[in-house]
Design a protein around this ligand. Structure first.
Ligand code: PBG
Length: 327
């Protein structure tokens, strides 16, 4: 055969393949999402997310230490309060569950980078992501509560805040309040591009945050759209977002690529609860090879343009990197 170009040459051996690799994965880019709950001495498994738990503050150190040992140093905290109300006041209470967890985590495992998820839905009695006006979330009054939530998290020790509510103008509202209180250097990772998605199902069970009526389609995005993702991304950058997040991840990698091309800030992909649950369920049935599926999902996020990857599999991925299975 008279052939000069043979792509297989670059696949001939392990060292060649690794040298020519286009995408590299680093533990420093992983974020682990973690649920904290009120009470003492309990670690409760989330039924639709086997292997994931709701931790009381006195026990969360176990998980933080095991993450740190594996080399995962970035953690995002989600709170499950005991009491909820109309306006979600537990989100910004000084003794709110996330605030308590942040203080304890800073004390117990000081070398972790702690991120607060800023949203109201875990704290409102109706399960929506802000205050209501009739049967919809009222955007502008919600901004003040989101900003208060972000500030109280930073005061409790959060190194970064991540608004996930999808209200218009919340990045600017948070930036202004943080700056006014002397937190000019605290970054905001905005869930700028968050779709209304069935992939959040298991999370809502974990956080007990499903809306009691209706859905989130008046604030989260329609999954048919990608140019709208660029609009949201550019707006949030203008408002001062330091990092943009796209969520969910696996079914939205085209969106990651478009947002990556349209902006010049780091892009984070959040592989959400439904992605985790699907992989776990199929793996439990012995239908797929869990480690390899998780590896491909992670690498594909980076290949698409993510430089940060949030996943319930963070600790496992760190091990795959150690073992040289990905990297
Ligand atoms: C809060 C929030 C949600 C998730 C992250 N932050 C739930 C939602 O919007 O309903 C989902 C994360 C996951 O599914 O893993 N608004």
């Amino acid at each position: 055969m008279d052939m000069i170009k043979r792509p297989r040459r670059l696949r001939g051996g392990e060292l060649m393949r690794k040298m020519a690799r286009e995408t590299r994965v680093d533990k420093a880019s992983l974020i682990y999402p973690m649920f904290v709950q009120e009470g003492f001495d309990s670690v409760d498994e989330i039924p639709s997310m086997p292997g994931q738990y709701r931790w009381t503050v006195d026990r969360m150190g176990e998980k933080l230490n095991s993450l740190a040992d594996a080399g995962v140093r970035n953690v995002m905290l989600f709170g499950i309060p005991d009491v909820k109300d109309e306006i979600g006041s537990g989100a910004y209470a000084d003794d709110g569950i996330v605030q308590k967890a942040l203080r304890q985590a800073k004390k117990e495992v000081p070398n972790m980078f702690l991120i607060g998820d800023v949203c109201m839905c875990e704290y409102t009695s109706h399960g929506h992501c802000g205050v209501l006006c009739d049967h919809d979330v009222d955007n502008d009054p919600t901004l003040e509560l989101l900003a208060k939530t972000a500030l109280s998290q930073v005061q409790a020790g959060a190194d970064m805040v991540a608004p996930s509510d999808m209200m218009d103008g919340r990045v600017l509202a948070i930036r202004n309040l943080l700056d006014a209180n002397g937190y000019k250097e605290t970054p905001i990772m905005s869930y700028a591009v968050k779709y209304a998605s069935a992939f959040y199902g298991p999370f809502r069970e974990a956080a007990d945050s499903a809306p009691s009526f209706g859905d989130r389609k008046t604030y989260q995005m329609d999954f048919h759209n990608v140019r709208e993702a660029v609009k949201e991304a550019l707006l949030d950058v203008e408002e001062g977002a330091d990092i943009l997040m796209v969520k969910p991840c696996m079914s939205f990698l085209d969106v990651v690529t478009k947002v990556h091309q349209a902006t010049n800030v780091p892009i984070a992909g959040y592989s959400v609860s439904g992605e985790y649950a699907m992989v776990k369920a199929a793996a439990e049935k012995g239908w797929i090879d869990e480690d390899r599926i998780v590896s491909e999902m992670a690498v594909s996020a980076f290949r698409a343009g993510c430089s940060i990857y949030e996943t319930y599999y963070a600790e496992e991925i760190a091990k795959y990197i150690d073992e040289g299975r990905i990297g």
